[in-house]
Design a protein around this ligand. Structure first.
Ligand SMILES: NC(=O)c1ccc[n+]([C@@H]2O[C@H](COP(=O)([O-])OP(=O)(O)OC[C@H]3O[C@@H](n4cnc5c(N)ncnc54)[C@H](O)[C@@H]3O)[C@@H](O)[C@H]2O)c1
Ligand SMILES: [Zn+2]
Ligand SMILES: [Zn+2]
Length: 374
């Protein structure tokens, strides 16, 4: 079918909304009418080349919509179902999946390659060009054809804007605290960077019973919002957090530190490890450039204070387990997701949305599709 999508044709240039052709679902695939798409910082990393993808690329890996076509061999999904898109289509059969680490499914290796899992061909075209959809999704288009493993059915009463951000920001941030850092009641938790991912991490810390929830962000609006989401203390920088955290914790510091800044840089590791307690864990969720290899870390203290430094992808869980859990928390009123959607945009205004993200105006900006787009 012919539709439109926000394409990246070259690096360091804005997204451009152009006509695209989205293929029909083959075996194991479904077509989805996209109703809302979250603007995650990870799509911005495509525009700078920090995350390399074949060009032209179609952005968007956070989204929610309605199933419109079902390919052969798909069970458990029907036309009209409301769904969330998962950005790792876990196979369930590779070694990491079998060990229970579905967010580390070996299919992760092909997600930026642009070719559909089902048959290895391109599902999106722009004129004569084969297009790489972000994470084999491409939610910056009103329609998408995706593998069934990328799709999680949800209750139809969840608003699409909130459902969309439960595809990446919420599970990645929340799970960084609950699954990866394994925060315990009474812990002191520091969250560095409270955008979409960090504010979800913050809520994970609150709901895990953390005693002190410390949010660190240079943007005043983010710090004000963090307090509304349950932060007990806020600071503009990691350096400015050290002295008050020594007072607050009798010198023990944070049991768990989560780094969720927009652009990860190697020198941040040492700063974050300074905030982290003896035997504490620091989880790195923010992403830097794929080619960056330099990290600043005091190796003596790292060893002698027996600290742990961990990565995190997609909150360390399985989307088919985590999504229902998070939707349940949202519907019970414990998890504030509507409140994280600061502004909505038309697809045509996507670059304004990303500028607002860079300017610190949004917890999460969301593209909303209407009849005019379908
Ligand atoms: N690991 C994963 O699976 C995964 C998934 C999604 C996103 N990400 C990454 O997580 C990061 C955050 O994404 P987001 O969508 O929440 O971004 P965002 O831009 O919405 O939020 C980033 C926040 O970090 C703050 N910040 C920037 N520099 C800082 C610093 N030095 N100290 C403290 N705060 C600082 C910003 O003010 C902003 O509030 C990005 O790098 C993104 O690519 C990782
Ligand atoms: Zn994301
Ligand atoms: Zn797998």
């Amino acid at each position: 079918m012919k539709t439109k999508g926000a394409l990246l044709w070259e690096l360091n240039s804005p997204f451009k909304v152009d006509e695209i052709e989205v293929g029909d679902p083959v075996e194991d695939e479904v077509q989805i009418q996209v109703h809302a798409a979250g603007m995650c910082h990870s799509d911005y990393h495509l525009t700078t080349g920090a995350t390399p993808i074949g060009l032209p690329a179609l952005g968007g890996h956070e989204g929610a919509g309605v199933v419109t076509k079902v390919g052969k061999g798909v069970t458990g999904l029907a036309e009209g179902d409301h769904v969330i898109l998962a950005f790792i289509p876990a196979c369930g059969q590779c070694p990491p999946c079998l060990k229970g680490f579905r967010s580390l499914c070996d299919r992760g290796a092909v997600l930026l390659g642009g070719k559909a899992i089902a048959d290895g061909t391109s599902r999106v075209r722009a004129g004569s060009h084969e297009v790489s959809p972000m994470n084999l999704l491409g939610t910056f288009a009103p329609y998408m054809t995706v593998h069934k493993d990328s799709v999680v059915k949800i209750d139809p009463d969840v608003p699409f804007e909130s459902a969309a951000i439960m595809g990446c920001a919420v599970p990645t941030g929340f799970g960084s605290v609950t699954n990866v850092a394994e925060v315990q009641p009474g812990d002191t938790v520091a969250i560095v960077g409270v955008g979409g991912i960090g504010m979800s991490a913050l809520q994970g810390a609150v709901l895990s019973g953390a005693k002190h929830v410390i949010a660190i962000d240079p943007v005043e609006f983010k710090r004000e919002q963090a307090v509304k989401f349950g932060a007990t203390h806020v600071y503009p920088t990691m350096a400015e957090a050290i002295a008050p955290m020594i007072d607050l914790t009798y010198g023990l510091m944070a049991d768990k530190t989560i780094i969720a800044v927009g652009e990860m840089r190697g020198e941040m590791i040492e700063e974050a490890m300074t905030l982290t307690a003896k035997t504490g864990t620091c989880v790195v969720t923010g992403m830097g450039a794929m080619t960056d290899v330099d990290v600043k870390l005091n190796l003596f203290l790292f060893t002698m204070l027996q600290k742990t430094l961990k990565g995190n992808i997609f909150g360390g869980g399985s989307s088919h387990v985590e999504t229902p859990r998070l939707v349940g928390l949202y519907k019970s009123g414990l998890l504030k997701v509507d409140e994280m959607v600061t502004s909505t945009y038309r697809l045509e205004d996507i670059n304004d949305g990303y500028q607002d993200m860079l300017d610190g105006k949004n917890i999460r900006g969301v593209i909303k599709y209407t009849d005019a787009d379908w």
